[in-house]
Design a protein around this ligand. Structure first.
Ligand code: GUN
Ligand code: ZN
Length: 436
């Protein structure tokens, strides 16, 4: 099949730069070649050494003047909340009742679901995001709508039907049994079809009865390679309410552990208000947290302690949490993550920011055998970035002292305007419109 050589500056992470020296964690080629055979990476290296080895049948694609990085991975996002992004004035529980539940109720309409899924996937790709772990709504058809679009783009994407049988409007409720049955049918229909993954998706402990959580745990045991996707310990009022609803649980996270929802491929969004025992529990089960900076700031939820979770050995991916979060861009997420760490006397160097948006997400989703960097055998999902996408960045780049400095300024200042093109399995899925 087709062999393609993409030529440009190449940058990717081999491991966490926060835990290893840059020499061990980062690979950079100023003039590099990414060699892709039928969608899979076969080699990465300097153009000077790789170009002479290429046969005549290799198609060369010129991305010089661009920085090629792995596609961004969004570990927590809600596609049905696309239209309630930037809704004024409330914190989590009021925000759900005022804006989110009414918006999600409208997804009983299959046409709305299909049209929103289309727009949503366009936004992911325009922002350089090639993989996401996505909440749908309680309606099974909302999952069909999203997977249908993702399948057409050949995306590696995970999603699931929300499980929610109490403390929400009547028209958004399933039952413990119907939630189990509908999830099971969706797993059978979609899980591991092409590049799609099913995620068992109880919304959070507030909106699921103990019976529903137990059945979700049963499903998780029956299908051990599905993901589990939920929220935990995001907001003080929420944590207090869960304590009242589950007085026998050791902690909020303990509610999920008791229900059999603690295992590898479990991804818990937020996890701001956890203790050391919770962190040990996550680490020992190889479960993950999704750090959602723009959401945590916008909803006033709190400051995620990145250093503490990583020192406890917890996998941490990055999420936008649209529509609690305010941008589809993982560049914006890294920028806000930097500031959240600054407020806690922590630091987020540029290369670790890149790691958070790429390889860390692959590790959190247990997809790092396929995604996250440019090692041979991985799937060729990547982004071509323009480091001078605005007049301010063009000026800033004139005085950039190093790749590190150029990347840092872009992580802080850039947004979707920096995304020149987005590639999925070596095929172009998004190209920005040429400047007028
Ligand atoms: N907790 C339960 N549901 C939600 C949601 O939709 N968004 C966020 N940010 N937190 C939640
Ligand atoms: Zn969320």
């Amino acid at each position: 099949m087709s062999i393609r050589a993409f030529r440009g500056a190449l940058l990717h992470c081999l491991r966490d730069p926060g835990e290893h020296s840059d020499a061990d964690a980062i690979e950079y080629f100023d003039d590099g070649i990414l060699l892709v055979d039928d969608g899979y990476i076969v080699a990465t290296g300097a153009a000077a050494s790789l170009l002479p080895t290429l046969g005549d049948d290799v198609e060369q694609i010129d991305l010089s003047d661009r920085l090629i990085v792995p596609g961004f991975i969004d570990c927590h996002i809600h596609y049905p909340q696309t239209d309630v992004v930037a809704a004024y004035g409330t914190q989590l529980l009021d925000w759900l009742n005022t804006y989110t539940f009414p918006a999600e109720a409208a997804f009983a309409d299959a046409a709305l679901a299909a049209q929103t899924a289309e727009f949503f996937v366009d936004q992911l790709l325009a922002n350089g995001t090639t993989t996401a772990l996505v909440f749908a709504t309680v309606h099974p058809g909302s999952v069909d709508a999203l997977f249908t679009v993702a399948q057409r783009y050949n995306l590696r994407l995970a999603a699931g039907k929300v499980l929610m049988d109490r403390h929400c409007p009547e028209n958004l409720r399933d039952t413990a049994q119907s939630g189990y049955d509908d999830s099971r049918a969706l797993i059978e229909r979609w899980h591991k079809t092409d590049r799609l993954h099913y995620a068992i998706t109880p919304r959070f402990a507030v909106t699921s009865s103990p019976e529903q959580l137990d059945l979700a745990g049963r499903l998780a045991a029956e299908y051990p390679d599905t993901l589990i996707h939920t929220h935990v310990a995001e907001n003080h009022d929420e944590v207090r309410w869960v304590g009242e609803l589950f007085p026998e649980a050791r902690s909020y996270l303990g509610v999920y552990a008791d229900a059999g929802l603690m295992r590898e491929r479990a991804v818990f969004a937020h996890g701001i208000h956890l203790d050391d025992t919770d962190h040990q529990c996550l680490a020992s089960h190889d479960a993950a947290l999704a750090f959602c900076p723009t959401s945590n700031l916008f909803l006033g939820s709190g400051l995620f302690d990145y250093r503490r979770t990583r020192e406890a050995g917890v996998r941490v991916g990055l999420g936008t949490d649209i529509g609690g979060g305010t941008s589809f861009s993982q560049l914006r997420s890294v920028s806000e993550a930097y500031k959240i760490l600054q407020l806690q006397q922590q630091s987020l160097p540029a290369m670790r920011g890149l790691y958070l948006a790429t390889l860390a997400g692959a590790e959190a989703l247990h997809m790092d055998d396929k995604l996250g960097n440019f090692l041979p055998g991985k799937e060729a999902d990547f982004v071509a970035l323009d480091l001078q996408s605005t007049p301010l960045l063009a000026r800033r780049m004139r005085v950039a002292k190093s790749v590190d400095d150029a990347l840092f300024a872009n992580l802080i200042l850039a947004d979707e305007r920096a995304i020149v093109s987005t590639w999925v399995m070596g095929e172009c899925c998004y190209e920005c419109a040429p400047a007028r």
